[in-house]
Ligand binder design. Structure first.
Ligand code: PLP
Length: 376
C-alpha cells in the first residue's frame, strides 16, 4: 500500500465465507431468482432483528417503498418523515404520490423529535387529514427515542416505519433496531455496516405483510401456470448470489460493530478535550453500532470549521463528509411542510462524518491522527 492511498469513509469489508458462498451458489447454479442462501439470509436477518419474517430486496429504498405500499399510502396522503436523513428514506413517499411532511431532530440521538412529531400529528388530525405513516430513522446507528415514538404511534394509531438502514446491530433498551416499527427497513448498500454489494430488506412481525411484500417484489405474479396479474408489482427481489454474500457478512457483523465502536473510541481519544468538538454520546439504554463516527464542530472554539477539516483531509486523500443535508432544505422538497426548529439544520452545518471503515488499518489511523492533529 502506498503511503498516500485513499482512506474511504466506509468501504466494503468482506469476511472469510462470502467468496466461498458465492462459489457455492455458482456450483449449484442457484444464481437467480431465489435459492437457499436467500432463505438463509432472510431467516438470519429476522432473527437478528427479533422479527417473525423478512423479505430480502434490491435495496433499502425498495423496502421503504413496499412498506408504504403495504400500509396503503397513496396519492395525496400525508407521510411524516425525519428530515435529517438520506434521501432514500423519503423518495418512496413521492413514488406513491403522497405528501412528505418533514420533522426536526432532537439533540439526544439526532433523530426525529417526538414533540415536533406530535405537533405535526395534531395539526393534520385537526385538518381531518390524519397522517398515513411515520418514517423514523436510527441515524448513523444511533437508536431514535423509541419509547416516546412508539407511544405516539399507538396513541394516534399511525403505523411506524423504522428506517434502520444504518443501524443493524444497534439496540435500544435491549431490543434490536429494526424491531420498533410495524415495518423495519435494512440496507446492504456498499458503505453500510454489512453489504451484499447492493441490497436491502423489509422485516416485520406481520408475517402476512411480508408474504405480500415478496409477492409485490416479484411483479405480483399470481399463483397460476401462466403469468396472471391483478395488481401492480415491482421487480425488487434480492438474488441468491447477493444473499450468498449477505450470509457471510452476517457472520462477521459482531466483529464489524466492535471495529466501528473502536473507531469511535479512537476519535474520542484523538480529539480529547479539544475545545469546540462534540461527539454524539449514547443516551442511557442505547447501544449504537457506530456505523459512522461523527463530530460537531463549533468553529470559534475549535479554531477550524467542519468544511476546513474536510478540505484539509481531502488534500491528504482522506475522505470525510458533512452530515446528511436535511430533506426540508433540499431543492427537491422545497414545497414540503416542515415542523420544528433549527436542530437538523445546525447539525448539518456543524457536523462531519470521519473515516469509519471497519477495515481501517493501524497505519491509516496513524495517518488520520497526524493530519487531524496538524489542524489543532
Ligand atoms: C442507505 C440508506 C437508505 C437506502 O438504502 P439503499 O439500500 O441504498 O436503497 C435509506 N435510509 C437511510 C437512512 C440510509 O442510510
Amino acid at each position: 500500500m502506498t503511503q498516500n492511498s485513499k482512506i474511504w469513509l466506509s468501504s466494503p469489508h468482506m469476511g472469510e465465507e462470502e467468496w466461498k458462498n458465492v462459489q457455492e451458489a455458482f456450483r449449484t447454479n442457484w444464481i437467480a431468482p431465489v435459492g437457499p442462501f436467500l432463505q438463509q439470509f432472510e431467516q438470519g436477518l429476522a432473527e437478528r432483528t427479533q422479527n417473525q419474517a423478512c423479505a430480502a430486496l434490491h435495496s433499502g429504498t425498495a423496502a421503504i417503498h413496499l412498506a408504504l405500499h403495504l400500509l396503503g399510502v397513496g396519492k395525496g396522503d400525508v407521510v411524516l418523515c425525519q428530515s435529517l436523513t438520506f434521501v432514500g428514506s423519503a423518495n418512496p413517499i413521492l413514488y406513491q404520490g403522497a405528501i412528505p411532511v418533514y420533522i426536526d431532530s432532537e439533540l439526544q440521538s439526532w433523530n426525529i423529535c417526538p414533540e415536533a412529531l406530535e405537533t405535526a400529528i395534531k395539526h393534520y388530525c385537526a385538518k381531518n387529514k390524519k397522517p398515513k405513516a411515520i418514517i423514523a430513522v436510527d441515524l448513523y446507528g444511533m437508536p431514535a427515542q423509541w419509547e416516546a415514538l412508539q407511544m405516539l404511534s399507538e396513541k394516534y394509531e399511525i403505523p411506524m416505519i423504522e428506517d434502520a438502514a444504518e443501524a443493524l446491530g444497534s439496540t435500544y433498551k435491549g431490543k434490536p433496531c429494526g424491531a420498533f416499527g410495524h415495518f423495519g427497513v435494512l440496507s446492504f448498500n456498499g458503505n453500510k455496516i454489512i453489504t451484499t454489494s447492493g441490497g436491502g430488506a423489509l422485516v416485520s412481525n406481520d408475517v402476512d405483510a411480508i408474504a405480500q411484500a415478496r409477492f409485490l417484489a416479484t411483479q405480483a405474479k399470481e399463483n397460476t401456470p401462466h403469468y396472471e396479474h391483478t395488481t401492480l408489482g415491482y421487480n425488487y427481489r434480492l438474488s441468491n448470489v447477493s444473499a450468498a454474500i449477505g450470509v457471510g457478512q452476517l457472520q462477521v457483523l459482531e466483529d464489524r460493530i466492535q471495529a466501528k465502536r473502536q473507531n469511535h473510541d479512537f476519535y474520542q481519544a484523538l480529539f480529547g478535550d479539544h475545545p469546540g468538538i462534540q461527539f454524539l454520546e449514547e443516551p442511557e439504554g442505547s447501544f449504537s453500532n457506530r456505523w459512522l463516527s461523527c463530530i460537531l464542530i463549533e468553529e470559534e472554539k475549535a479554531g477550524f470549521s467542519a468544511e476546513k477539516l474536510r478540505l484539509h483531509l481531502e488534500k491528504q486523500n482522506i475522505e470525510s463528509r458533512p452530515l446528511w443535508k436535511p430533506m426540508h432544505l433540499q431543492p427537491l422538497f422545497k414545497d414540503a411542510p416542515y415542523f420544528g426548529g433549527n436542530i437538523a439544520k445546525d447539525l448539518f452545518l456543524q457536523g462531519q462524518c470521519l473515516p469509519s471503515g471497519s477495515n481501517l488499518t493501524l497505519e491509516e489511523k496513524e495517518r488520520i491522527q497526524v493530519h487531524i492533529k496538524a489542524l489543532f
